[in-house]
Design a protein around this ligand. Structure first.
Ligand SMILES: Nc1nc2c(ncn2[C@@H]2O[C@H](COP(=O)(O)OP(=O)(O)O)[C@@H](O)[C@H]2O)c(=O)[nH]1
Ligand SMILES: [Mg+2]
Length: 259
């Protein structure tokens, strides 16, 4: 019993001593120390939050037949699985790109979603867009002219969506199937799409005076439409899902989903 009383006495002395020491420290110094502590805590908390919200989702969109599913398999497996896949459901997966699988060290996986082009399944896009780090709009460069209008309509809807405009989601227009010599060049496709979008802008704004359908208007009023007018970054590149020429696609992905 006496031993424990001794300990309590010692503890009390120690406490009094430290209290005295703290009182000796100027008040301002104490406040500064506490403020610094809180600031560092908040700083690390913010970093954590920021890192967590950074998305790794890439969306593949475009008309059916443009080659989205083949590109999805090229990204994941480095092969096209020719003729073995026909799916109406969105293909979705989180993986390290096949071309990076030989690299050592930790690589951040990419979440890729292949959204079917059938118009009744396009509503799926609205679900995925808010979490997208980037969107790839795949265009069939081989069979481009008959599909130009349809592709432009789909692209118009994407470029005027609130989530795309406000979050400035980067869009890559990927001219696919360039393995064939008769495929159109990306410059040609860019110009044609700009022309079609310009036409659509006139007809759609006339429509939406009555009932507002699109959330945002496209481009600058009174000027012919061109992609640099968009709030978000729009770039154009070429690829071939069939032969695995997808370096531009991979560059785009890794620009917005850092490994
Ligand atoms: N020549 C050529 N054909 C392709 C290429 N990518 C896809 N295709 C063909 O285009 C068709 C549609 O491809 P798919 O990936 O299913 O398109 P999706 O509807 O956009 O998913 C298939 O018959 C593919 O073999 C390509 O890069 N070059
Ligand atoms: Mg498909």
């Amino acid at each position: 019993m006496e031993g424990s009383e001794e300990i309590v006495k010692k503890l009390r002395e120690l406490l009094q001593q430290s209290e005295k020491r703290i009182r000796e420290i100027p008040q301002e110094q104490l406040y500064v120390a506490v403020a610094v502590l809180i600031a560092t805590f908040l700083f690390f908390l913010l970093i954590r939050l920021f890192k967590r919200t950074k998305s790794n989702t890439i969306i593949l969109a475009g008309l059916s037949g443009s080659g989205k599913t083949l590109l999805f398999y090229q990204l994941r497996d480095g092969s096209s699985h020719q003729g073995t896949v026909t799916s109406m459901d969105p293909n979705e997966g989180t993986f390290v790109l096949h071309s990076e699988s030989a690299k050592v060290g930790k690589i951040k996986p990419v979440h890729v979603i292949d959204v079917p082009g059938h118009s009744r399944l396009r509503t799926k896009l609205d679900e995925y867009l808010p979490q997208a780090a980037g969107l790839v709009f795949v265009v069939d460069a081989l069979d481009f002219l008959p599909n130009c209008r349809g592709a432009a309509e789909y692209l118009y809807d994407i470029l005027t969506k609130g989530s795309v405009v406000e979050k400035k989601i980067p869009v890559l227009i990927l001219c696919n199937k360039t393995d064939k010599v008769t495929a159109h060049t990306k410059e040609f496709i860019r110009k044609q799409l700009e022309k079609e979008l310009d036409k659509l802008r006139t007809s759609r704004t006339a429509l939406s005076e009555a009932d507002i359908t699109n959330e945002f208007t496209l481009g600058v009023a009174g000027e012919p439409f061109s992609f640099p007018q968009c709030h978000n970054k729009v770039t154009v590149a070429e690829s071939s899902g069939l032969t695995g020429e997808i370096s531009h696609l991979e560059q785009f992905i890794r620009e917005y989903v850092r490994p």
